[in-house]
Design a protein around this ligand. Sequence first.
Ligand SMILES: [Zn+2]
Length: 452
Amino acid sequence: MSAINALVDSEMDGLISDLQTLIRQPSVSAKKQGLMECANLVAQIMRKAGINSEVLYLDDKTVAPAVYGEVKSKSNPGRTILFYNHYDVQPEEPLELWESEPFSGKVEGNYVFGRGSADDKGELITRIKAVEYFLKKTGDVPCNVKFMVEGEEEVGSVHIDQYLTRYKEKLKCDGVIWEFGYVDAKDRPIISLGMKGLLYVELIAKGPARDAHSSLAVLIENPAWRLVYALSTMRDSDGKVLIKDWYKEVRPFTDQELSVIGSEPFDEQEFKQEYGVDRFVAGAKGTDAKKALVGMPTCNIAGFNSGYIGEGAKTVLPSQAMVKIDFRLVPDMVPEKQLERLKSHLKEHGFSDIEVKLIHGEAAARTAINDPFVKQVEQAAKETFGSAITSVSSAGTGPMYSFVKVLHAPCISIGSTYMFARIHSPNEFAKIDLLNKTTKCIGRIMEKFSSG
Ligand SMILES: [Zn+2]
């Protein structure tokens, strides 16, 4: 039990009302709406909690500010934990599907509704409150605490690397708690130790100078076909990427990782039903399916655009075709290197006319499963929730590599977000019982972490 447990229970109303205050300040990074206001509000809530706080900027003042917070421990100044969060949210649209006003923070039973209630204002508030309750209860915190709260997570954390680099000394720490964490339907928190990387490109094929009558397809090559031919050389029907040396730097799973993957719960039938599919890529089953989720690179067509896509027929030979591809990367693949391999592949296969446009590149990160920080978080989660699930990596992408590269600290994701909390969708919610338990869990993590 954490020293703050009783306070978490008796002060729940204060936690909810601070969360409502945050939700009621719209902060949509995609529209650059309310970002400065929300950053100031976060700093203010931190100060009220007893956390020293300041708003950070880059030289380019059009970049969303970040919020820094800090409390030094009197009893244990040798260990520092950093909470990474974000105050920005996804756009609230489509409005007509919301059952209450998106920025109302409406409370109903066990739920707090509103954009950002879970992602990520709910997560942020559990961490601020854990610190506040330690200060209130003991006049101290078990270890040094730092906060890095950015305002561009929902638009790809485009400047996080610059922030970390510029404020590297300030942000120095021994461990990072990631911005989000899921709790499954059986109330088990999922402790995730990594994130995949991403290489996002557009391939553009050019045909005739302008759209042509499709009768000319006998003579003029169609750029959409060109892209289809090029794409078919890049991946086989089992999902394997056929680009030379694509897997060269892929770090194999350790035995310990394999055993964790093997024991992770995964209901194949439920998953297939949820997505309406009856088979996985390459017919993967059991442990292979789980291994793919946490550690397999992909070549995914995210969008394909060419020719006429309106109603009815138009016999046209388009002048251009474009495909968007996202390649998920895993440790230790280097996005820049993979991009070069893709370009060479196209050249070697006779597609040097296809233009490759880089949209985004980001490396993967994975915290070593035998890092002592992992045990501490696992124990804290099991003590608080009764049980917990450890996952070697999330299947998704986030800027974890920047933290590992700049701060050299292990990163672990754990939080309060119910798996089906409709984040990024209408009627997003946070569950009050999970906010309560997670605040206690964060407290317990700090206590365990302080011992080294
Ligand atoms: Zn989000």
